[in-house]
Design a protein around this ligand. Sequence first.
Ligand SMILES: C[S@@+](CC[C@H](N)C(=O)[O-])C[C@H]1O[C@@H](n2cnc3c(N)ncnc32)[C@H](O)[C@@H]1O
Length: 511
Amino acid sequence: MGGAEQEESFERFLKWAANLGISDCPTNLSHHSQKPTSCLGHSLTVSQFPDAGRRGLGAARDIKKGELVLRVPKSVLITRASLLKDEKLCSVVNYKTYSSLSPTQILAVCLLYEMGKGRSSWWYPYFMHLPRSYDILASFSEFEMQALQVDDAIWTTEKAVSKAKSEWKEANLLMEALKLKPQLLTFRAWVWASATISSRALHIPWDEAGCLCPVGDLFNYAAPGEESNDLENVEHLVNASSLEDTSLSNGETTDDLAGDQVDIRSERLTDGGFDENMAAYCFYARKNYKKGNQVLLGYGTYTNLELLEHYGFLLKENPNDKVFIPLEPSMYSFVSWPKYSMYIHQDGKPSFTLLSALRVWATPPNHRRSISHLAYSGSQLSADNEISVLKWMLKNCIVILNNLPTIIEEDSLLLSTIDEIENFHNPMELRKLLCASGGEVCAFLEGSDLQKGKNGSELMFSGKTKRVIERWRLAVQWRIRYKKILNDCISYCTETINSLSSQNISPMRTK
Ligand SMILES: C[S@@+](CC[C@H](N)C(=O)[O-])C[C@H]1O[C@@H](n2cnc3c(N)ncnc32)[C@H](O)[C@@H]1O
């Protein structure tokens, strides 16, 4: 579809949405005498935001924090229940053979079935404007996975891919019983459906698989602000293990601390949620917006790896990003905090629990009991103790960085090369030019394929290769941010060690 055609089709979609009662005008009455031509225009407009999610929703006027900016009636939400109104689908899905499939697997199958109806689907105007492909971790091939470089991230990706594969295999019988078209039975189609759900479904109280929300799923993401980190205090941490993880909009859970979980719940109230009284999904402004600014939604609290896993993007500045470093059991066995609370913050500072656990670990065994109350309250135990903890951190960050195949400067150079690859119009020449770059770039070129352009003369990368480039870029961006956090931690430790050494105050010698 060309640009103008695409625009027209999108306008038809917004009109379709308006006729179904979707509205960005809080006073809009459903029994309007005139048929609306768009569901947007009063509070929101669709715009391109190249630095934050591309297509998204901008403020059509100045908006005040807390204002209702969009309402999507329950009848328009795409849920398992609404899709299962199809009699054939319902009779097959409810057959007991498939009772072991999860709600999300069932929703994915129903979505593929509905997509298979093409133009005759009631939701066709919505489906037309869904992304064709996604960059979530489950879609990563071996090449992009290795580009992450860090074992933890590679392991998370392998797990995401194998989970998607096994869920697809489990759902195969049902999809075959529904006689889905061959292209909808493939693993690629399955990843598409799962990624559509993972990256776009919103939380609803009556179905853990969530719902797809036309127009409501055009909001891009901004991380919940610094305030969630301020919540990191002793009380929250001590209670962490007794609280269950909160199910996020994508049906996944985050391994975050209880304090952050409490924050997610209150965050969701100001952002959006299903309102029983209005029988609609309602979205509220989380802050004041000036006309033209992008209106953003906080889907939850995620690290960059979690954002990549569930949504297929990451943030340059993510206040919730974390780096976990390998710890020996002896380092956290003297304290009762969970291991997942021990990490390095995105600004390079060790988390409260990591620092406290290491302070206890660096204390001679016969003193541990007497200082544990100080460690639990977050106090430094002594200058010597603090210095040995920070030296341990420093050494380990250096070891981790030295074990990775490239340094940040090389990665940044590679990012510019990736941009060149993408913008180069004659890949044959590019191939010659880049083969000298060696390593990762050559591995990419060996795996890439070229195809004839529309006029038959020039050669172009295939769509598949373009998607590889996009994921490769994400992997390199991710590892740069990871290394930056470790570098910042090294600076933080060095500065603090220097300052403590110069003060030379040691109220309690422990080591
Ligand atoms: C619910 S959709 C938002 C609308 C989406 N941009 C669209 O055009 O359909 C979520 C997806 O938008 C993109 N996205 C959202 N927020 C983003 C951000 N801050 N930076 C980059 N991409 C973002 C990601 O691809 C994500 O999976």
